[in-house]
Design a protein around this ligand. Structure first.
Ligand code: DGJ
Length: 740
């Protein structure tokens, strides 16, 4: 609910368990009043009056004005601390001439309240345009507060879209140049968040290739701490998500936690700022590094969203809110698509660049026999792509590999009852390719400079409309011709020379170009699913989840490493979009040998996929695979749609226990995987969550064997009975079901 008191000029945003309040002060500035838990038993019409707010900050003699918690911090009103927005004006408007020579540009923006309205259908910038529904399409209210510079013809509309059921507010800005000359935006965050002073324990994820999403907790100190991407994609080194709480006052299931995410897949920045007096702010948006945003006269720019939320149930509660938000409000739910994410087979680790019709068909037959539902041919099927040195950009089926055309394989995959998927990397080109030979100017580069290759490839210039158009046409033709149901959309290098016909705007245009191709493809082919991949987990964020059904989280498929990667991923993203493969016994990256049960236990925590060399496996092992697949299909509604409880985190005892639970408490999945265990050390008690205390539950394993029959009360107090000696790799994946 959005409420405005015209007398006190106070805004109250009331969500399910949280509030957000701000007020227009006598000078017309929009001041943040507070954000946090609503007192228990509060009525919907209990509100903050704002009568006593902030007057103490202001005297002409003090510097306190710089500290004012402005909802948007414009460089002009404030210069001492981090700004939300910095704008360069080329002149003064004619009617405000001051009779002195001007020092230009005028880097001074002041924003004053003009009016507000409430919209039912407002959308942040770069929202999906594919037209596919989300699971919950009910309208949401957006408060739009119009702020105007008193001198310059420049306006900012601050937008607050409420999802009360998840205590989430999406924030973005609409910038309007209403003058006669272009203005240049130098810094543009989507929003600034003000947190209560001392909320300075930060949980975030950082990492690199093959170790994405490493969860880290740290204390912020006075000054600024920055997480960012300086690449064209979301990046491996950090992901734009965070949680903040007062030190040691939050736990997995308790305490007040503030959280946020950016819905943008390009060069982003999050600045965590602690002022000398302990005020904590978070600024999130475009990375000002090599940034440019020019607004022509009359032009408007709508930024993507910074999603903010509040949980009174610790980090676990914050994660569940983000998961539900992504599942219900972000991920596309095509009526033509499957209800649950299908079990996929991907041939990458089985055949790498040695693929051909015969080996793919052999894999497809084995995969189908196991119960796989979607067969995806990975890199190497096109042009001269027999290694990573050539062919990228030439999206034409290789006749040498598929003499009868790809149709033959597609038909066989369909005959076997599976859908067909194809790997593509549509933002790239190998210099050794027909595309590059025809259009050497279509890549990012600076004239007269070397074009630095990475993985022997260059990046196409999505600043050129003809490039974006070409890519759309090529992919569209592939979908039409081969009845493709699934693209694995990869992106395997970072940018080195960001030179584009679009100038510095390339950082934004690249993202907009990728989104537009995905949106157009999905609009035209509602049955097409997309998996986002970027050398593993380099492109995961809410902007991408608006057009991708699932994401590849890491190239590292070692089950033990994956426990850490998946736990970090689970802080913000739901299992429904987390593709996870079972691969070879000896992992190709880490060389570690891991039992099949452990590999399945970890992969079944997300959207199960298989990447093993099925043609090398004995019948007995294939039969084990098939048993797991049958079991996974039984439990996947709970995993893909249920609430996640991280019962024991890795940091606590060298293993991970999680539970997925359907909201009605009737069914759950319990998953324990032990990573490190010293003989005869302690076994933690792991009580379950969310069950009905009085109900009896059966606890069954992947063979459907009933192991226990216990009450919800017992399972939620003593947990699963501890019988066995643990060891590294020990695992249990159990289906818990109300017996009535
Ligand atoms: C990187 C991806 O993450 C892998 O899964 C695979 O698709 C390769 N690219 C193919 O080049």
């Amino acid at each position: 609910m959005i409420h405005f008191n015209p007398e006190t000029q106070t805004f109250n945003l009331i969500l399910q368990r949280s509030y957000y309040a701000m007020q227009v002060d006598a000078a017309g500035r929009l001041i943040h009043l507070g954000w946090g838990a609503r007192p228990r038993h509060a009525n919907p019409d209990d509100r903050i009056s704002g009568q006593t707010s902030h007057r103490h900050y202001e005297t002409k003699a003090s510097f306190e004005t710089q500290r004012l918690p402005l909802e948007i911090v414009p460089f002009g009103d404030v210069v001492t601390f981090q700004e939300t927005l910095k704008v360069n004006f080329p002149s003064l408007p004619r009617d405000t001439a001051v009779g002195e020579s001007l020092h230009l540009p005028i880097r001074d923006l002041r924003l004053r309240y003009a009016r507000h309205d409430i919209a039912d259908d407002a959308q942040p910038g770069l929202s999906p345009t594919h037209g596919l529904p989300v699971k919950n399409n009910s309208p949401r209210q957006t408060l739009r507060i119009h702020l105007q510079d008193p001198v310059q013809p420049f306006a900012v509309i601050l937008c607050y879209r409420l999802t009360p059921e998840h205590d989430i507010i999406e924030r973005w800005c609409e910038l309007e140049n209403n003058g006669l000359e272009p203005v240049q935006i130098e810094v543009c965050h989507f929003a600034t968040l003000h947190l209560p002073a001392g909320t300075n324990e930060l949980t975030a994820v950082t990492g690199s290739w093959a170790q994405e999403f490493m969860a880290r907790r740290q204390r912020l100190h006075q000054g600024s701490f920055v997480l960012e991407s300086r690449t064209l994609q979301t990046g491996h080194h950090a992901n734009p998500i965070f949680m903040l709480n007062r030190p040691e006052q939050a736990g997995e299931e308790s305490g007040s936690v503030y959280f946020g995410q950016l819905a943008y897949s390009g060069s982003w920045r999050l600045v965590f700022e602690q002022l000398p007096q302990g005020d904590v702010r978070v600024h999130g948006g475009y990375n000002p590094f090599d940034f440019e945003l020019k607004l022509a006269p009359g032009e408007r720019h709508i930024t993507p969203a910074l999603v903010q939320g509040f949980s009174d149930s610790g980090w676990g509660g914050a994660s569940r809110q983000m998961h539900a938000f992504a599942r219900e409000r972000v991920l596309p739910h095509s009526p033509a698509g499957p209800r649950f994410r299908p079990v996929l087979y991907n041939s990458w680790e089985a055949t790498y660049f040695d693929l051909n019709y015969e080996n793919q068909v052999a894999l497809a037959r084995r995969a189908a026999a196991l119960g796989v539902e979607l067969f995806c041919v990975d890199d190497g099927w096109f042009g001269e792509r027999r290694s990573d040195r050539a062919g990228l950009g030439d999206w034409v089926v290789s006749e040498a590999l598929f003499p009868q055309g790809l149709e033959q394989l597609v038909q066989e995959v369909h005959r076997l009852g599976m859908k067909f998927g194809l790997w593509v990397e549509p933002e790239m080109v190998n210099p050794d390719s027909d595309l590059y030979r025809q259009h050497p100017d279509w890549v990012l580069h600076f004239p007269g400079r070397e074009r630095t290759e990475a993985r022997h490839q260059l990046i196409l210039d999505y600043g050129r409309t003809e490039v974006v158009e070409h890519i759309f046409t090529v992919l569209d033709n592939l979908v039409e011709r081969y009845a493709i149901s699934f693209f694995k959309w990869d992106m395997n290098r970072n940018v080195t020379e960001p030179g584009s016909v679009a100038g510095k705007a390339i950082w934004y245009k690249h993202v907009a170009g990728v989104y537009s191709v995905m949106d157009r493809l999905r609009q035209k082919h509602p049955g097409l699913d997309i998996q986002s991949c970027s050398g593993g987990g380099g492109r995961v964020d809410l902007g991408m989840l608006g057009r991708a059904d699932q994401v590849w989280v890491s190239d590292n498929t070692d089950a033990f490493d994956r426990l850490h990667i998946q736990e970090g991923f689970s802080l913000a993203y739901p299992a429904r979009c987390m593709e996870a493969w079972v691969t070879h016994e000896h992992n190709h990256i880490t060389r570690r040998a891991i039992p099949l049960s452990t590999r399945f236990a970890v992969a079944m925590r997300g959207v199960l996929g298989i990447g093993s060399s099925l043609h090398e496996l004995a019948e007995a092992e294939l039969a084990e695979y098939a048993t797991y697949l049958r079991f996974y299909k039984q439990i996947r509604p709970i995993i893909q749609e249920g609430d996640l409880y991280r019962l024991q985190r890795l940091e606590e005892f060298g293993g991970s226990a999680i539970e997925y639970m359907l909201p009605d408490g009737r069914e759950a999945v319990y998953s324990l995987v032990v990573e490190k265990y010293q003989v005869d050390s302690f076994h933690p008690v792991i009580p379950l969550k969310g069950l009905m205390p009085a109900a009896m539950y059966t606890v069954s394993d992947h063979h459907g064997l009933e192991l226990y029959r216990l009450s919800g009360y017992e399972l939620m107090t003593l947990g699963i009975p501890k019988e066995t000696q643990w060891y590294p790799g020990f695992c249990q994946t159990w289906h818990i079901k109300a017996a009535i």
